[in-house]
Design a protein around this ligand. Structure first.
Ligand SMILES: [Zn+2]
Length: 290
């Protein structure tokens, strides 16, 4: 625990701008300078996530959430699989453009390929982010999609690893529509890869147990103090703040929620019981259906 107010304030207000913007700047420079995607991009993302994990130990939002809830080992497996899956899908789907028919590729002429790379990353990011918002919202409306998504809500605490605690089918369904639209419109592979690398760091922040704030930017960014409302145990209360990066979609569709008194330990999770082992968690959505 941190005693000094100055250190506490620095971590509280400096963590997100320094780590998130720092990593994003480096990711942008990697593609701007034509540096090798592998291993630099994953290395930068990993460094950012490790820093968040360390800062949680120094200045937690909830001390109780820093202790294992019989979930750490299984969450490591989920994170390893989810990240590998998403980056493989991004690689394969961007490569697949070379197999698309010419008529399809002509649509790509709408992509602003002459714009600065950071503009293209933000544009591809907005398309992918809206797709994620919509599929996430849909996952809370449709019973079977909810069964697939529920694993993400089953954690009894919020910490840096929760962002990747997902059923692989749910992860694919959430990311695919936005990704496909971005690819069809002609977003280049490095641009899409850069956005997913940036988002990996943001996701760790979004679920982290770090006591940090972005002030008024919480109304447009899906940071932890906003996203914790989405993890309220009561299903009726969790129908808010679906946004992954931008909260603009939630603002537009009136699903945004913020209250000054934040969500505390004991208030997150879900009513249904989720098994604690990896394979049983993967089978859970299909229970009674096979
Ligand atoms: Zn959800």
């Amino acid at each position: 625990m941190v005693e000094s107010n100055a250190v506490k304030s620095s971590i509280r207000w400096g963590s997100y701008p320094l780590i998130f913007l720092g990593c994003s700047f480096l990711q942008w420079q990697i593609i701007e300078q034509g540096l090798p995607y592998w291993p630099l991009t994953p290395l930068v993302a990993t460094a950012g996530i490790v820093l968040i994990a360390l800062l949680e130990r120094v200045q937690p939002y909830e001390a109780a959430w820093n202790y294992d809830h019989d979930d750490t080992a299984v969450d490591v497996l989920h994170a390893a699989f989810s990240l590998t899956l998403i980056f493989t899908v991004v690689e394969i789907s961007t490569l697949s453009r070379s197999f698309l028919p010419d008529a399809f590729l002509n649509i790509a002429s709408v992509w602003p390929a002459e714009s600065p790379l950071w503009v293209q990353v933000l544009l591809a990011g907005a398309i992918i982010d809206f797709g994620l918002w919509f599929m996430h919202w849909l996952s809370h409306q449709n019973h079977f999609l909810w069964r697939l998504h529920a694993l993400h809500h089953s954690s009894e605490r919020l910490y840096w690893l929760n962002g990747e605690r997902r059923h692989p089918i749910s992860a694919l369904l959430l990311a695919s529509p936005g990704l496909i639209v971005a690819i069809v419109l002609g977003a280049p592979a490095p641009v899409i890869g850069c956005w997913f690398a940036i988002i990996a760091v943001h996701l760790a922040f979004q679920h982290s147990n770090l006591d940090y704030s972005v002030g008024i930017f919480r109304h447009v960014l899906g940071v932890a103090e906003i996203h914790r409302w989405h993890h309220k145990r009561e299903y009726e209360d969790a129908q808010v703040n679906f946004g992954e990066f931008w909260m603009i979609w939630d603002q537009l569709f009136r699903t945004f929620k913020y209250q000054r008194n934040g969500v505390r330990a004991g208030e997150v999770g879900m009513r249904e019981n989720m098994p604690s082992t990896y394979l049983k968690q993967l089978q859970w959505p299909f229970a009674g259906r096979l």
